[in-house]
Design a protein around this ligand. Structure first.
Ligand code: ATP
Length: 379
């Protein structure tokens, strides 16, 4: 029984491997003695929007540049559509790269900018005009076809750059901080447009960004990078709700992390003693850690209830004093100081114009959360 299950899962894994559109195998890139990308392995499926997310200098652009062929890996292999990319120059890869600076030609009109790459490829004039017209239509720039880049807004210039990268019909588009030059509001609008365009064309996108909200909005999956390594891959929901380490939990969104020791470990729950929290922590999933082991519990601020009444529960219930309140319009953020001096962050959405039980500075409050709200982290 077990044998046949093992064979089935091995076959499934093999199938997954065969299907991956981009397969990165143990890629390392050294610059002199410095390791910029450290033994990264990754599989990306066709038509995915995969975001590489990480802080400055973590190696995301270097990884993207190796996919494009602008950098040569020190070791490891890259396969695109089953073909080993070793020794294949950028112009012969099924990829195109869109840079943050856009690099539009200032003296050329929008349509000539978009047509530029096709002219270089020796495509007929009739086909060029048809493909450029279709692409301008897709990015909603037809009325601006005759303008020069300096006569466009930042968002429109971004769409010209996108049209120019897509007109050559790459199978894989590599985007390095594609929305980096736009202000916050325009970025948010453009994120949706980018997803719609990708959805219509079905091209695989690999996007480099340091903006976590952008990664969450755009991606089918995210790879979190730190110091040259991929530390977790998953859907935006998996990364946010089930982070694998304290680094990932802390990197995405804001989080409260309580340190503690395991006192009860069953298949369906664990209980953790935490001096920092000042109450036992109960979590509705088991972990594979030894009894007494040091662990951490991550609880997101929006999953914590705050109130002046004692809810009368022993586990996952702490009390403290309100230290700070930040009113942010759609929500309020409370910083509550526990007896252990730990500050816990709680967010509450402002559904009513005036809150019935408004909480003020220096108020004594109770915080509680469900067993399903915490995640146990072992590293
Ligand atoms: P950012 O978000 O700031 O662009 P990044 O994650 O894209 O950062 P990379 O550009 O991939 O980072 O750089 C990773 C590391 O490799 C950095 O420490 C950088 O200084 C170093 N590096 C990149 N290119 C070179 C190079 N040609 N020579 C030497 N070091 C380099």
């Amino acid at each position: 029984m077990n044998d046949s299950r093992d064979v089935a899962s091995a076959l499934a894994r093999q199938q997954e491997k065969a299907d991956a559109y981009v397969r990165i195998e143990n890629i390392t890139k050294m610059f002199g003695g410095f390791t910029a990308v450290d033994n990264v392995s990754l599989e990306i499926q066709q038509s995915e929007i995969f975001c590489l997310l990480g802080g400055s200098g973590c190696g995301k652009s270097t990884l993207l540049r190796m996919l494009a062929g602008f950098e040569t890996p020190t070791s490891g292999r890259i396969f695109i559509d089953g073909i080993d990319m070793a020794g294949i120059p950028p112009y012969r890869r099924p990829t195109n790269m869109m840079f943050q600076s856009y690099a539009l030609f200032p003296h050329m009109s929008v349509e000539r900018n978009v047509a530029f790459g096709l002219r270089q490829d020796g495509i007929t004039v009739a086909e060029i005009s048809e493909r450029v017209a279709n692409m301008l239509d897709l990015v909603k720039l037809t009325p601006f076809a005759k303008r020069k880049p300096h006569q466009l807004s930042g968002g429109q210039r971004q769409r010209v750059a996108l049209a120019r990268s897509l007109v050559k019909q790459p199978k894989l588009l590599l985007l390095d901080e594609p929305l980096g030059a736009l202000d916050k509001k325009l970025r948010e609008e453009t994120q949706f447009e980018l997803v719609n365009i990708q959805d219509q064309l079905g091209v695989t996108f690999i996007v480099v960004t340091h903006d976590q909200e952008e990664a969450m909005t755009l991606s089918s999956r995210i790879g979190i990078m730190n110091a040259g390594e991929i530390v977790m891959t998953g859907t935006p929901n998996e990364i946010y709700e089930y982070p694998s380490t304290r680094f990932v939990a802390d990197f995405i969104g804001s989080v409260n992390i309580f340190s503690g020791r395991i006192i009860e470990d069953e298949a369906d729950h664990v209980r953790i003693e935490s001096e920092e929290a000042g109450c036992p922590l109960h979590i509705d999933h088991g972990v594979s850690a030894a009894p007494g082991a040091s662990v951490w519990v991550a609880v997101r601020p929006e999953k914590i209830e705050i109130g002046r009444e004692d809810p009368g529960q022993t586990d996952n219930c702490v009390s403290g004093t309100v230290d700070e309140i930040a009113y942010k319009g759609s929500q309020s953020v409370y910083h509550v100081r526990l007896d252990s001096e730990k500050i816990v962050r709680v967010t509450r959405s402002n559904r009513q114009r005036t809150a019935r039980d408004s909480i003020s500075w220096e108020d004594r409050v109770f915080l509680n959360w469900r067993s399903s709200s915490g995640v146990v982290l072992t590293s």
